[in-house]
Design a protein around this ligand. Structure first.
Ligand code: UDP
Length: 237
């Protein structure tokens, strides 16, 4: 069986990286992510990754504690770089070559984001992790994922969450919540469904970039998604 996608942008949640800890990076979760990424990279799929920073710092929660919003967002973007480096380390320890490119330049640590260079790495089979979000405050890593996916011409954004798809209401709170197999961008925006923020969804809609939302904590799921198995929810036109 062959992958249905040649190039993917995988969005991993920073918050999920905590596992059952209160803060930081769970070695079980990061190892599971790395194994799953190796599995798809070994199939010849080109993988770009954006990882969040919510396990370490979020601009909004900082603002709630009195930290200036822009400063908090800078801290949040740096948190995504910490996660990117941890993920790079975990993936490379399994023998898969990777590069980290950041939206805020820090050349002693990683390459700056350069689209053409990112594409070249992907063509050579290197996993490219995009750190520091979009480089701008007031944005999210979901928007960074949509943006990078469009820039590198990915076929799909694969958005990892803690639930197995998109529901009409919160499945944790409501036992009668119904899961969508497919849903349109417009429905997501109009019903305010919790997939990605509105900026990210609009970018995907404008560029006809499909999104697949799935549960990344079940090992093997990333491969299932790229093989076209019907798990999770697909957001399309
Ligand atoms: N952030 C930002 N600009 C971006 C991306 C992220 O300012 O383009 C900051 C923002 O403060 C955000 C934090 O980085 O709260 C961490 O990202 P996010 O909350 O999206 O991570 P996740 O929810 O995936 O853990």
């Amino acid at each position: 069986m062959k992958s249905v996608y040649k190039r993917i942008l995988l969005k991993l949640s920073g918050e999920a990286l905590m596992g059952d800890q209160e803060f930081g990076i769970s070695s079980d979760v990061i190892t599971s992510y790395a194994k799953q990424i190796k599995e798809v990279a070994d199939l010849g799929v080109e993988v770009g990754i954006v990882i969040g920073g919510g396990n370490i710092f979020r601009g909004l929660s900082g603002a709630a504690q009195g930290i200036d919003r822009v400063t908090g967002d800078h801290m949040g973007m740096l948190a995504t770089v910490i996660n990117s480096l941890a993920l790079q380390n975990a993936i490379e320890s399994l023998g898969v070559p990777t590069r980290v490119q950041t939206a805020i330049e820090m050349p002693k640590i990683a390459e700056p984001f350069i689209k053409r260079k990112a594409q070249r790495h992907l063509e050579k089979g290197r996993v490219v992790i995009f750190g520091a979000g979009t480089g701008n405050p007031y944005f999210t890593t979901d928007t960074a994922a949509a943006l990078r996916a469009i820039e590198i011409n990915a076929d799909v954004v694969i958005k990892a969450t803690k639930v197995d798809g998109v529901y009409d209401k919160d499945p944790v709170k409501f036992s009668d919540a119904v899961k969508y197999e497919e849903v349109t961008y417009t429905e997501v925006l109009n019903k305010d469904l919790r997939v990605m923020d509105a900026t990210a969804i609009s970018l995907c809609r404008e560029n006809r970039l499909p999104i697949i939302v799935f549960d990344s904590l079940v090992e093997g799921n990333i491969k299932k998604v790229i093989m076209g198995e019907n798990i999770g929810t697909k957001v399309i036109e």
